[in-house]
Ligand binder design. Structure first.
Ligand code: PMP
Length: 400
């Protein structure tokens, strides 16, 4: 059954999806209920970095479905340690705490930072502040929207959680000025995804790293969207040569098969969690761990990261040409990830995405004239070029 007028009546309208009803996906392609095929240039907001139903991930999930799928954390299982070892090895971190969604990982990092501030740093109880960036997207829970600067995400949802100080994104001086004795952490995306792939100044993360180290403040990097290959490195933070004290992972950690998230980082910080202080029924379940470990196996050789870099060069060349033609006003790319601003009068980001869908390419507008491209890292160069040619074609026709 498809989402028709009757089913819309029972579905809360918190999304405004494109007029496409998908029934199948394989690699970079999806098929709708009418049998039409589309190239997926959104890839589940980077959750489908390995494409739809990657054989190694389907195999890992299927194998685990035939064994055991849930124990709760009341009992350990044989997939948990390999998963934790694999993800910490891949990310060069000490320790992992498994959760399910990106928002839960961010909530977990906030709780860790506050408890670390109280127990280790000696910040008086209830006084902790966390510095966050304007325009950030970290999820949808009440605490997370408490630090959002997006009115749609906030209006009507208060009262909010206190303890956040908001500074402009990309401005390390503003962070320096905001740090005081109550500051326990700076929480930031290495690249702002939902804001339209905003890339901060080249020295931003290195300056934040130095400021945080000097002030004994935790640098918490939200890599739910930027992490796991998208930027051409395993983590976006590697591009700046820094390491977060805590890093949140989600989306691609479940390979587009199921929700899997985690906080990885320093042992002395995640060590603040003792039995009974935090948890989740499904976090670290056997099925999630089996898939997450298969994701680690896909990323560990580094070939997909290299692909993201190589294909990213191809994508950037195409997009730069559209800027030169005056069809786009600006383009921001890192790895196989792009934010672009449409410069065709009368064509909104949403309008462009609708026309792209009509021509068999799926992408997502973020706001206004901005759209985001995040094709699977496994996409062939031919398919990538095909989709980008359609984009150029649609823009040129609209500009006539
Ligand atoms: N952090 C970032 C950087 C994200 O992009 C997102 C999702 N777009 C989240 C957190 C929240 O993840 P989830 O939707 O899985 O809760």
């Amino acid at each position: 059954m498809t989402v028709d007028r009757d089913t819309r009546a029972v579905l809360a309208q918190n999304y405004h999806p494109l007029d496409v009803v998908l029934v199948e996906g394989e690699g970079s392609w999806v098929t709708d209920v009418q049998g039409r095929r589309y190239l997926d240039f959104l890839a589940g907001y980077s959750a489908l970095n390995f494409g739809h139903r990657h054989p190694a991930l389907v195999e890992a999930a299927t194998r685990q479905l035939g064994r055991i799928t849930l124990t709760s954390r009341a009992f350990d299982h044989d997939q948990l340690a390999p998963f934790a070892l694999g993800v910490t090895r891949l990310t060069g971190t000490d320790m992992l705490l498994p959760m399910n969604t990106g928002a839960e990982a961010v909530e977990t990092a906030i709780k860790a930072a506050r408890k670390w501030g109280y127990e280790v740093k000696g910040v008086p109880a209830e006084q902790a502040t966390i510095i966050v960036a304007e325009g950030a997207f970290h999820g949808r829970t009440t605490t997370i929207v408490s630090m959002s600067t997006d009115p749609e995400a906030r209006d009507g949802f208060g009262p909010f959680t206190p303890g956040f100080r908001i500074v402009p994104y990309g401005d390390a001086d503003a962070v320096a000025a905001a740090i005081d004795a109550t500051t326990v952490a700076m929480l930031v995306e290495p690249v702002q995804g939902e804001s339209g792939v905003l890339i901060p100044p080249a020295d931003y993360l290195t300056r934040l790293r130095a400021l945080c180290t000097d002030a004994d403040v935790l640098l918490v990097l939200d890599e739910v969207q930027s992490g796991l290959g998208r930027t051409g490195t395993t983590l976006a933070q590697e591009l700046s040569g820094v390491q977060g004290d805590l890093t949140t992972l989600g989306k691609a950690l479940g390979g587009g098969i199921l929700p899997v998230s985690a906080v990885v980082g320093r042992r002395d910080v995640l060590g603040v969690f003792t039995p009974g202080t935090h948890g989740s029924t499904f976090g670290g379940n056997p099925l999630a761990c089996a898939v997450g470990l298969a994701v680690v196996d896909l990323l560990e050789p580094g070939t997909l990261q290299e692909r993201a870099r190589t294909l990213g060069v191809v994508m950037t060349a195409h997009l730069d040409a559209l800027v030169a033609e005056g069809l786009l006003s600006s383009v921001r790319t890192t790895g196989l990830w792009a934010g672009l601003d449409v410069a065709v009068p009368g064509l909104s980001g949403r309008g462009l995405c609708e026309q792209l869908a009509a021509r068999g390419v799926l992408a997502k507008d973020t706001h206004g004239d901005t759209i985001r491209l995040a094709p699977p890292l496994t996409i062939s160069e031919e398919d990538l070029t095909l989709g980008l040619d359609v984009l150029g074609d649609v823009l040129r026709k609209a500009a006539r």
